[in-house]
Design a protein around this ligand. Structure first.
Ligand code: SF4
Length: 407
């Protein structure tokens, strides 16, 4: 790969508080945060100072076709700060005409004026973290917003989208949160559709180490929907969204025609991207570099990179190469799947080794092809929808087993 990345991810680590399922690199600032002046503003300004330094440290800056401002809760920032960030890219990298510029927003962390401010700053796509419209579920998950906040944010986004002020927006939900039984989940989906979001992400709840949910689970106090309910919930998701015109283009993502997230496709397709900010991971050439998750260490890291006055993402020795198993895993998430032979060619293994490894992988996949979880068309393999996508873990586990065996 010799082309420079055309996509950039920016991590804004601030949140009001930490949700019970979240293990991201976030800094909870409390409810009173005011990022321009007053409570929490010093922390925010200091972080932005180092973030900008890192953004400018890339030597070969080339024009970008997607920018994604994620977090954390980027909508904690003031529109002026978002403008400053987008302008930094415009002035130093260049941003293509028609580029997709996305920002994650959380209900109750912005108002209508802020939304217009973000749009004026250059944001043309939003991803709204609703997670659920049910107050009991929201509270049980440690979310700060309520149903009313989510509804308000959805109607604002619907309005700015219908007026042509933004290109698209996504409504994000989490499936199988505590208290989310079949009836509750169906209500959440139906409510989501009333706002006609052009894109919907449905994430499955994962219980991560270090989270409140993990602690509750260890104490036997976390009650989640049973496997049977979880399976029915997935089936309902598929049926309701399909009936409403959404197509599933990735395991967790559904959209109306022409509303796929261009930025996220870069990750799944193995193209390179820059990444900036505490805890974020860049992969300009298929090699991954993760920044420290702790503020103090991140700042020291930025200073070290700056002193090298080299292109940090090109010269750092702490790279981890993206391995073939990871490329296959990401590629299989997409509706179009992967050309397995092309992936093997890129490994530069000698012929016999390559052949041997393909045969071993295909023999592991035989039972999934027979049961219809996996589909083969020529050299291309993809998950069937909904069965293969729902049970993708089985296939991925077999693939990781194969990877361990051949290494
Ligand atoms: S708002 Fe998002 S990033 Fe922040 S703690 Fe909650 S889940 Fe994590």
């Amino acid at each position: 790969m010799n082309k420079f990345p055309r996509s950039a991810y920016v991590h804004i680590p601030f949140c009001h508080r930490r949700c019970f399922y979240c293990d991201f690199a976030v800094i909870p600032l409390g409810n009173k945060v005011e990022t321009l002046q007053g409570y929490g503003s010093k922390t925010v300004k200091e972080y932005l100072h180092f973030l900008y330094k890192e953004i400018l440290s890339i030597k070969h800056k080339t024009s970008l076709s997607t920018i994604y401002v994620g977090g954390g809760t980027p909508s904690i920032l003031d529109p002026q700060q978002i403008k400053q960030l987008i302008d930094l890219f415009k002035e130093n990298y260049g941003v293509d005409y028609g580029a997709e510029i996305t920002m994650e927003v959380d209900p109750a962390s912005f108002n209508l004026d802020d939304l217009h401010g973000f749009i004026n700053a250059g944001i043309n796509r939003f991803s709204l973290g609703v997670q659920s419209f049910n107050n009991k579920i929201l509270q049980k998950s440690g979310r700060r917003h309520l149903r009313e906040d989510a509804e308000k944010s959805c109607s604002w986004l619907k309005k700015v989208y219908s007026s042509g002020l933004i290109k698209s927006w996504s409504l994000d939900l989490i499936q199988n949160l505590p208290l989310s039984g079949f009836r509750e989940w169906k209500e959440d989906l139906k409510k989501a559709i009333t706002f006609s979001p052009p894109h919907i992400s449905i994430y499955d709840l994962n219980i991560e180490n270090g989270t409140v949910f993990k602690k509750l689970a260890n104490l036997g106090k976390l009650q989640l929907p049973s496997d049977e309910i979880a399976f029915r919930n997935s089936e309902t998701t598929h049926l309701i969204l399909k009936k409403s015109g959404y197509s599933r283009y990735e395991i967790s993502n559904y959209c109306l025609p022409r509303h796929q997230s261009r930025h996220n496709r870069v990750y799944w397709s193995g193209l390179g991207w820059w990444s900036f900010g505490q805890g974020s991971t860049s992969s300009p050439w298929g090699q991954k570099l993760t920044r420290p998750r702790v503020s103090k260490e991140y700042k020291e890291w930025v200073i070290r990179q700056d002193k090298l006055s080299l292109d940090s993402s090109l010269n750092n020795i702490n790279y981890v190469y993206q391995e073939l198993d990871e490329k296959i895993m990401l590629g299989l998430r997409l509706k179009e799947g992967i050309d397995i032979y092309k992936f093997f060619e890129e490994q530069n293994w000698e012929n016999k080794k390559s052949e041997r490894n393909i045969i071993r992988l295909l023999s592991k996949w035989e039972r999934f092809l027979e049961s219809g979880l996996l589909v083969r068309k020529g050299n291309r393999f993809f998950l069937s929808d909904p069965k293969g996508m729902e049970l993708s873990n089985q296939i991925l586990i077999s693939m990781f087993e194969w990877w361990d065996e051949i290494n």
